[in-house]
Design a protein around this ligand. Structure first.
Ligand SMILES: Nc1ncnc2c1ncn2[C@@H]1O[C@H](COP(=O)(O)OP(=O)(O)OP(=O)(O)O)[C@@H](O)[C@H]1O
Length: 577
């Protein structure tokens, strides 16, 4: 566990040395009281106790209490503030680490799992580091010191005490193995629950329209029931070891009293020593009971540290350390094959070359691999075989963040942030001026509707921009891409039927955006791509045909058939109308 913690907090762990030393000093200071008590009892029973002695002992106790309070508060504050800072850094590091991972990682792990790691595991880690650590240190240091002290009073009785402790600790450990096992189960169920809740909230529209709310509600209540059952099971299964530990810890005093009485009657221990020993055993027994809670929290820390370590151990997409800059923006696929899950290949031996500044249309039936080609260009995933080159450079040499500077994306589902419209557009280029932002909005034909909103550009969008229409959302995404002005553009043409006005505006905005760029457009309507420099027809992850509109029509192959098909469909609609 210490290894995991060290790995997570690294050299910053040294910052905890001072608070740990202060906590240990406080624990040592707490023994002063026991020592004064011991002296008082010794003098009392031997009839040498005087008023001066009592006054001196009281003063020593008072000073030690004040000093301890100062030391404890400083140690606790340092532990709390430094621990909290470490954990907030860790949280940022983890969020940043997630950003560097391939999208494949997010495919394999549910959003509930990722959220639970980022929130619950980190909170548990933080809680132990900032609050529990001080009390654990105090308990351990005091326990060791009191036990050592009892050896000085009477080693035989101290050995008897050790026997009780040696029986208690394995029982505690056994109980906590179970606590850990059920903790893991509860964590898995909690992440499942978080996933279900997220899906429930995000998909509310679909659930309502398909009248599925009750089905989903049932899934949620089943998971809650599983959590409840696991909690009950955990309580039942751990009840035996926990109770046994408690019995043994509480038995320490009577056991020592019993052995001590025999030793006293046999003349091996004086009455003063026996009383002092009893007092220390009382304290030791209280520490043993307190340790049960701390040990349980240590197990939680272990589980949280393990989960966090696993998240950090996932390797980001590799790239060359030295900065690779691109001067040209032609895109070449060379014998590219790809599989999302390393089992089913979804792209097979794809090869094409898109010239710099040209437009390539990707067409094909649903599931043929159009979006996958676009995802690979942006290096959201790495190819399984072959290579993709931009400007002659294999994109695996480029830092994924650096590569994305050269690429703008306008997808069907555009991600709008729960921020102002102004900041949503600005996300395209952080250092853009207000003038540039407004000019991008004008070019994207969204300025007119933005200024009509009561708060204009400062209108705050709800999560995902749900307060805007589909066309408006898309135009804001286009404005963002215009502002970014990246040389490569990935465009997923909207499948949604927009009204004529919206469609015309979006087309004008796109014309502006596409000028001079290397464009890949995932096209759903064939009439929009007739002027593309090349059309790639995908089917079942393979290139069926490739060429210009005229070439492919002449060939009378798949593309020709698709055009005919769409033409027929249009005629039916016109006839039907
Ligand atoms: N994240 C993913 N994980 C696993 N498989 C995926 C993933 N995304 C897509 N696939 C699979 O890869 C194949 C190609 O999908 P892709 O989305 O590229 O097709 P598409 O041509 O863009 O489809 P559409 O026109 O419906 O958007 C499909 O079989 C799909 O099921």
């Amino acid at each position: 566990m210490l290894h995991s913690i060290k790995k997570l907090i690294g050299d910053k762990g040294r910052q905890l040395i001072v608070p740990i030393v202060l906590m240990s000093l406080d624990a040592i200071g707490s023994l002063v009281m026991y020592l004064m008590l011991y002296f008082t009892v010794v003098h009392l029973l031997s009839g040498t106790l005087s008023g001066t002695l009592v006054r001196n002992y009281t003063i020593v106790c008072l000073i030690s209490v004040i000093l301890r309070l100062i030391i404890y508060r400083s140690g606790y504050f340092l532990c709390f503030s430094r621990g909290a800072k470490m954990c907030s850094n860790l949280r940022l590091q983890l969020a940043n680490h997630y950003r560097s991972l391939s999208l494949g990682y997010f495919n394999q792990n549910s959003s509930g799992y990722l959220l639970t790691t980022l929130t619950k595991d980190l909170s548990n880690f933080e809680l132990v580091l900032t609050h529990t650590l001080p009390s654990i240190i105090k308990t351990l240091v005091m326990g060791v010191l009191i036990l050592t002290g009892t050896f000085f009073i009477n080693w035989k009785l101290a050995l008897a005490e050790c026997v009780v402790i040696l029986i208690a600790l394995p029982i505690l450990h056994q109980g906590n193995v179970l606590v850990e096992k059920y903790g893991k189960m509860k964590r898995d169920l909690t992440s499942k629950m978080v996933s279900i809740v997220l899906e429930y909230i995000k998909g509310m529209k679909v659930f309502k329209s398909a009248n599925m709310t009750s089905t989903h509600f049932a899934r949620m209540s089943d998971t809650l029931e599983d959590i409840r059952k696991t909690n009950v099971q955990a309580e039942v299964k751990t009840a035996v070891p926990t109770s046994m530990y408690s019995i043994v810890a509480n038995f320490l005093l009577p056991f020592v009293l019993l052995i001590g009485s025999y030793l006293f009657l046999g003349g091996s221990i004086a009455s003063q020593q026996l009383v002092a020993f009893m007092l220390m055993s009382l304290a030791l027994s209280a520490l043993l009971i307190a340790f049960e809670h701390s040990y349980g929290l240590l197990k939680e820390l272990r589980l949280a540290a393990f989960n966090l370590e696993q998240a950090f151990d996932t390797k980001p997409l590799p790239y060359r350390e030295e900065q690779v800059t691109l001067k040209h923006f032609d895109v070449a696929f060379d014998h590219v094959s790809f599989s999302y899950n390393l089992q089913t290949e979804v792209l097979h031996d794809i090869g094409f070359h898109a010239k710099e500044g040209s437009t390539t249309a990707l067409i094909g039936p649903s599931g043929s691999g159009k979006s996958t080609v676009a995802n690979l260009i942006a290096r959201f995933f790495d190819v399984t075989k072959g290579s993709i080159r931009i400007g002659g450079k294999d994109i695996r040499q480029l830092n994924p963040d650096g590569l994305l500077q050269y690429i703008s994306e306008v997808f069907q589902e555009n991600t709008l942030l729960s921020d102002t419209i102004y900041n949503n557009i600005k996300a395209g280029r952080e250092n853009a001026t207000e003038e540039e932002i407004i000019s991008a909005a004008k070019a994207a034909h969204c300025h007119e509707f933005i200024v009509k909103l009561p708060k204009g550009y400062q209108t705050k969008l709800s999560e995902g921009g749900n307060t805007l229409s589909g066309g408006e959302k898309q135009r804001i995404a286009i404005a963002r891409a215009i502002l970014k002005d990246a040389p490569i553009l990935l465009l997923d043409e909207s499948t949604a039927s927009l009204d004529a006005d919206n469609e015309a505006k979006i087309n004008q905005a796109l014309d502006h955006l596409m000028k001079g760029k290397t464009v890949f457009v995932i096209a759903h309507r064939l009439n929009t791509i007739q002027n593309a420099d090349q059309i790639i027809v995908l089917n079942d992850g393979k290139i069926e045909e490739m060429g210009t509109h005229d070439m492919l029509l002449k060939k009378q192959g798949h593309y020709y058939a698709m055009v005919q098909e769409q033409q027929k469909a249009k005629e039916w609609i016109v006839k039907g109308a």
